[in-house]
Design a protein around this ligand. Structure first.
Ligand SMILES: Nc1nc2c(ncn2[C@@H]2O[C@H](COP(=O)(O)OP(=O)(O)O)[C@@H](O)[C@H]2O)c(=O)[nH]1
Ligand SMILES: [Mg+2]
Length: 324
């Protein structure tokens, strides 16, 4: 989801900075002393600026956590400790400032130095830069880990109206998502289920909608959830504009209609502020009628009508009744 900079660990950053500085082998100047002094200045500047600008790019490259859409903010809270991430970024920002200050100071000193002091001063500057980077090495490790976690977030657009599909396993959720979305739904990694989310898109009247199925999250009783799953579900609640709940009255899914109705009630309890549309799938098979619209995801019966109902609920939920 997030394009985050590759974060170097402390030793890698020092290799990069001092490696670049080492490539400078000559400098201009009217005499040998000036050339040597200018070369020492160049080496310190290259090393210091590489460290400063690299560290700075990490601070700029991480998403500003306070301004994220609630869906992502909630997910990120489960994946990384936001307080610690802030602390890591603060430390790295401080080190970038210090690297620039150390560099300026060393350059000034070297500019006024005698030929005999150049090597000592240059080495002292390198030593100070190295110890600065070492001081934030734990923070850089923290950023490396945070980046790994954040990159795994699914690419779901919180600004596109979103339908979340729920219901017991084998009621036909995947079949439905496949039947109504254009092309094959993409399966995106979702950090909380082994199967990922399947994400489909469709268009109606020139507007784009996304429909997602989250295997493992909204397909069994809510009571049995651990804390992390609860938070993943809470994140989904921010994202969902409508929940489409599928029942399977044929019970070929392996769950009785009573069990399915109980699951519906418990999902409704979690998604309190979200509109629900309930439909019965597998209309091509025998089963008791329950008064909900009947569809068949595999045969295609009633799919457009089901989507119409969903879109009605979407529009009626928007502020002032205006389509969003
Ligand atoms: N007869 C019939 N079978 C269906 C229908 N929709 C899904 N199925 C079947 O039910 C099984 C489970 O479907 P799937 O979409 O994987 O369910 P999910 O676990 O809820 O995603 C598969 O064998 C599907 O072919 C339907 O409308 N009619
Ligand atoms: Mg499925």
């Amino acid at each position: 989801m997030f394009e985050l900079p590759t974060v170097l660990r402390a030793d890698e950053l020092l290799d990069k900075a001092f490696g670049r500085a080492g490539k400078a082998t000559t400098a201009k100047g009217k005499d040998r002393a000036t050339r040597s002094r200018n070369l020492a200045v160049a080496k310190v500047q290259i090393a210091g600026q590489t460290i400063g600008s690299t560290l700075r790019s990490y601070v700029k490259g991480f998403p500003s956590l306070d301004r994220l859409p609630p869906f992502y903010a909630e997910l990120i809270d489960v994946l990384v400790d936001r307080g610690r991430l802030k602390k890591h970024l603060g430390a790295v920002d401080w080190a970038a400032d210090r690297a620039e200050a150390v560099t300026r100071e060393a350059v000034r000193k070297i500019g006024r130095s005698e030929l005999g002091e150049l090597l000592t001063l240059r080495k002292a500057a390198f030593g100070r830069l190295a110890s600065l980077v070492d001081q934030v090495s734990g923070d850089l490790d923290g950023l490396v880990e945070a980046r790994k976690a954040l990159r795994r977030l699914p690419n779901i657009d919180p600004n596109v109206p979103t339908i979340v599909v729920a219901g017991y396993p084998n009621v036909g959720k995947s079949a439905f998502v496949r039947a109504v979305s254009t092309g094959r739904p993409r399966v995106a990694e979702y950090p909380f289920t082994t199967k990922g989310v399947s994400l489909g898109h469709f268009e109606r009247d020139g507007r784009r909608y996304q429909i997602i199925d989250t295997p493992g999250l909204l397909d069994r009783p809510m009571e049995k959830r651990n804390r992390i799953e609860r938070q993943a579900i809470a994140a989904l609640a921010h994202l969902a504009d409508v929940v489409l709940f599928l029942l399977d009255p044929s019970e070929t899914c392996g769950y009785t209609i009573d069990e399915q109705t109980r699951l519906l009630a418990s999902v409704q309890d979690v998604f309190r502020d979200v509109a629900f549309v309930v439909v019965e799938n597998k209309a091509d098979l025998d089963g008791p009628a329950s008064g909900h619209p009947r569809i068949s995801a595999v045969r295609g019966d009633g799919l457009n009508e089901a989507l119409d109902r969903v879109l009605e609920r979407l529009t009626s939920r928007a502020p002032g009744g205006a389509p969003r």
